[in-house]
Ligand binder design. Structure first.
Ligand code: PEP
Length: 249
């Protein structure tokens, strides 16, 4: 059994002062639960406020939403994996659909970022998912398998065995159209099979999260599917009380 991972992606919301207030409210409602892992992905400028708020709560982890693949140098405006790790991040989102579709990130960029993260001991959370057009032409499994293959191509066996995968159908992100639990479970099973082809029995330890319009009303049904090891939550994680209810699902 993999312990559920409940992750909040704040996207470009929640400034440093608001983040401190959010964490006070959230931590007052969420006691440590040894049977699950909670992760917050704040914007980079709010990372330190969240890390500070968690000094006495090592049960809640912090991640960054993006990194650049170089470790340091003349890359104005970017943040590297070692910088993120040094600031207290333990995980990083890679290949999120907004990075792919708004910022034009290709699979080769995703692969470089996964490798840079792993080299700096930052756990990559590799996001994969199909568009509605892909789904309607029956290409979901092919798209997801290819994004996964391409994203992990520069990882060692051990680095890959300690990563996290998030299945996030593009049509479900921020739209209010959540995947039906059985549809999500079917794609998770495809991802697990692809992981097993690469890693054998070590694939069993990789958490596969579902993301896409998750809220406190649909979280339990998704988590009830044996294939769904956790949730990546955007909009519904922006309110501390709602997020605490989801974290306690
Ligand atoms: C996300 O940003 O990863 C996400 C799943 O967003 P939302 O929950 O708002 O659909």
């Amino acid at each position: 059994m993999r312990a559920p991972v409940l992750a909040a992606n704040w996207k470009m919301n929640v400034g440093a002062r608001e983040a401190a207030a959010f964490m006070r409210t959230f931590l007052a409602r969420y006691e440590p639960h040894p049977d699950r892992t909670i992760v917050i992905f704040p914007p980079a400028l709010s990372l330190c406020a969240v890390v500070d708020a968690l000094r006495a709560r090592p049960d809640v982890l912090v991640g960054v939403q993006n990194i650049y693949w170089e470790a340091s140098g003349a890359f104005t405006g970017e943040n590297s994996a070692p910088l993120a790790r040094d600031a207290g991040a333990r995980l990083v989102l890679v290949g999120h659909s907004e990075r792919r579709h708004v910022f034009g990130e290709a699979d080769c960029d995703v692969a470089r970022k996964c490798a840079a993260a792993a080299a700096a001991s930052l756990t990559p959370v590799l996001c994969v998912g199909e568009t509605m057009e892909d789904r309607e032409r029956g290409a979901t499994d092919d798209i997801v398998r290819e994004q996964l293959r391409a994203g992990v191509q520069d990882l060692t066996h051990l680095q890959m065995a300690t990563m996290v995968v998030a299945y996030e159908p593009v049509w479900a992100i921020g739209t209010g159209h959540t995947a039906r639990p059985e549809d999500a479970a079917a794609v998770h099973a495809t991802i697990r099979t692809a992981l097993r082809e690469r890693l054998g029995s070590d694939a069993a330890q990789i958490p596969i999260l579902y993301g896409g319009s998750v809220n406190e009303g649909n979280a339990a049904a998704l988590l009830d599917m044996g294939e769904v090891d956790g949730l990546l939550v955007g909009g519904a994680s922006l309110d501390a009380e709602r997020w605490a209810r989801i974290a306690l699902t």
